[in-house]
Each structure stands twice: as structure tokens, then as C-alpha cells.
Design a protein around this ligand. Structure first.
Ligand SMILES: *[C@@H]1O[C@H](CO)[C@@H](O)[C@H](O)[C@H]1NC(C)=O
Length: 354
């Protein structure tokens, strides 16, 4: 009787779960609020089956021994995410172009999506080509294009006699964004670089030149320029605009409540629960404010908090360079960016953007 009671409860609960999922996958559920749960059916694909994956993301091939990090599914509090369906994706978006624009975190998400699509459609021929900073992955039979345009700041860097100038109020590269169906932007990490990794010598705003400025302030000015460009130049009926939220790094153990951890090496489990000890990311707040000020809708893929919880998801020494090049910024694939793409897919298949 006891056992019967329990299994009835389980059935009722799973029915409730099901109904709940159906109701909330349409409206009223914040899919970015939730927790990571263990799911034996994960990962969504076998990275060995994605032959074009970049070495720096291919953690298993680079010798990562632990595998729990592959087994986590994002569970929103108020609903369930639609499972990614790579066949449906190609049919639904036949003839459409998708472009990720940003730094190597965009590359990370683009690569994840191309692996998700290819492994779901292993017999569908694809083409992959690179011209300059533009990578295009396409399924000719469906005319679906998934592109990545490398662009670390979104605003321009121009070479002048005085040096390389980061122009906070200029966007020349916007030309290539016109006519794309779905644009997913991201910028943040490069704004912090100084010394040898800083790719500019001067910052320009209007007619004024600066040797440097508070980086968060510069970031906000650059993003505002981007927002104005989108508002002025894109037709929301043709192009849907997304912003890939700030991807957090885990270089500092104190941020996730383990002051003795110097970096992310050896992390095998996510942070437990819904909240990250260090709280909101300062750049995240800038992104929120700028997106809020726009007159055309831009959908925030609010991945910051959920990624903050995944201190176990980085390549660490199983990325491009062992201990000489510890990577606690990018993410292993399969891994966390697959969830970003599930969230993107959930947003894309909804009829409205906001
Ligand atoms: C992003 O998600 C986090 C976690 O759910 C939440 O605290 C934050 O308010 C969200 N930001 C926006 C702009 O919705």
C-alpha cells in the first residue's frame, strides 16, 4: 500500500510537471531562473562526433578525466525547457540566417550550436568556411546559415598615425548585420584587457581622445552606440536581435565561496542552489540598463547567473594550453553553451520577442 501510495504520488507529480511545462513554455515563466540538475541523458551530443570542434573547447579530447560536468540540465523554476530538436530547427528555420557577433564567447556559443545541429542531423551535408573574421556553417539543403563574426568590441578600432583608436561612437562593421534574420551580440571581456592584450592605444569619443578611462564607463558608452545603431538601422520585422548576456569567468575562488581556490582547476560540481555568492556581475547591470533604453526590442539571453553557477564548466588545463594557459573563461563543449542555445531555441520558437 505504501509503495502504491508513493508511485501514485510520483505519477501525479510527473503529470503535474508535464502540464506545468506545457503551460509555462509559452508565457509567464522566467526560463533564466532555476537550478542545475543531474540528468543521466546528458550531454546533448558526443563531442567526438563533432569533427570540426576547435581544440580549445574539446576538453575530453584534451584529457579532462571527470565527466560530471557533462551531466547537468538547466531546470527553470516555473517550467521546463523544450528539449532541443535539431531536426525541427532546420525545418523551422529553412532559408534563415543566424549570426553570432562578438568575441570568443560568441565563438563558443556558435560552435556549440553547429555541433548541436550537426550531431542531430549527421547525414545532412554541411559546409563550413571562413573568410577573414567571418565563419559560416551552412546546410545547403535547407539554406540555413549559422555564422560567427569576430568582433570583440562591436564599436570600431581604427589604425591612425597616433596609434590604434577605439572609437566609442562609431560602428562601421554594422553593414554586414543588415539583412540577417537573427543576430546574437556579445561584448565584454576585451574591455578589461590592458598591457599587451589591449588591442588599442587611445580611446576616442566625439572629438576627444583619451589615454584610458574607467573600463565599465567605456563599455557603457560603446554599448549605447551599439543600441542606437540597432534602433536606427534594423527593421524588427526582418531581424530579431538578441544579446548574449555577460559570460562570467571563474578565475577567483572567493567569488563562489571557496577562498582557497586560486582558479577553476579541479572543479567538478556546480555551485549548489539558485544564487551566486558574489552576486550580480557589474557588466550585467550595464547590459540590462542599455537594453532597457532601446526603442526596438532586443532580447536578453540572461545567461550570466546560470553560468556563474557552473564553475565546473571551464576547460581549465584541458583547453588550449595546459597549465601555461589556464582557461577559466571559455566553456568545454559539450557543456554550458549548449544550454545557452537551448534557451535561444526556446526564445526563437516563441512567436514574440519580448
Ligand atoms: C537575469 O536572471 C537573474 C537570475 O534569475 C535575475 O536575478 C536577473 O534579474 C535577471 N535579469 C534580467 C534583466 O532579467
Amino acid at each position: 500500500m505504501d509503495i502504491f501510495g508513493i508511485s501514485t504520488l510520483v505519477i501525479v507529480l510527473s503529470l503535474l510537471h508535464h502540464v506545468h511545462g506545457d503551460v509555462t513554455s509559452t508565457k509567464g515563466c522566467d526560463i533564466f531562473q532555476g537550478k542545475w540538475v543531474y540528468d543521466a541523458s546528458y550531454p546533448l551530443y558526443n563531442s567526438a562526433k563533432c569533427s570540426f570542434i576547435e581544440k580549445e573547447f574539446d576538453c575530453l579530447k584534451n584529457g579532462r578525466p571527470d565527466k560530471y560536468y557533462l551531466k547537468y540540465r538547466w531546470q527553470p523554476t516555473g517550467c521546463s525547457l523544450t528539449r532541443f530538436n535539431g531536426q525541427d530547427f532546420l525545418q523551422r528555420f529553412r532559408g534563415k540566417s543566424i549570426m553570432f557577433v562578438g568575441d570568443s564567447l560568441s565563438l563558443n556559443q556558435w560552435q556549440s550550436l553547429t555541433c548541436m545541429l550537426h550531431t542531430a542531423n549527421p547525414h545532412t551535408p554541411y559546409k563550413l568556411f571562413r573568410i577573414g573574421g567571418l565563419s559560416t556553417f551552412t546546410f545547403p539543403a535547407y539554406n540555413v546559415k549559422v555564422m560567427f563574426s569576430r568582433n570583440a568590441f562591436l564599436v570600431d578600432i581604427i589604425a591612425t598615425k597616433a596609434g590604434r583608436v577605439l572609437k566609442l561612437d562609431s560602428i562601421e562593421s554594422g553593414k554586414m548585420w543588415k539583412g540577417i534574420d537573427f543576430l546574437i551580440f556579445n561584448t565584454w571581456h576585451w574591455w578589461l584587457h590592458s598591457g599587451r592584450k589591449q588591442p588599442w592605444d587611445l580611446i576616442q569619443e566625439g572629438n576627444r581622445l583619451y589615454k584610458d578611462m574607467d573600463r565599465l564607463v567605456a563599455y557603457k558608452k560603446g554599448l549605447n552606440t551599439w543600441a542606437r545603431w540597432i534602433d536606427t538601422n534594423l527593421d524588427p520585422k526582418k531581424t530579431r536581435v538578441f544579446f548574449q548576456g555577460v559570460s562570467p569567468d571563474h578565475n577567483n575562488g572567493g567569488d563562489w565561496g571557496e577562498p582557497t581556490a586560486k582558479h577553476c582547476e579541479g572543479q567538478m560540481r556546480p555551485v549548489v542552489g539558485h544564487q551566486y555568492p558574489a552576486g550580480s556581475h557589474p557588466a550585467e547591470l550595464v547590459v540590462e540598463r542599455v537594453l532597457h533604453s532601446m526603442s526596438k526590442p532586443a532580447y536578453l539571453l540572461n545567461v550570466t547567473t546560470l553560468s556563474q553557477l557552473r564553475k565546473d564548466g571551464h576547460p581549465s588545463v584541458y583547453g588550449h594550453g595546459g597549465h601555461r594557459d589556464m582557461d577559466c573563461s571559455h566553456w568545454c563543449l559539450a557543456g554550458v553553451p549548449d544550454t545557452w542555445n537551448q534557451l535561444l531555441y526556446a526564445a526563437l520558437i516563441k512567436r514574440k520577442t519580448n
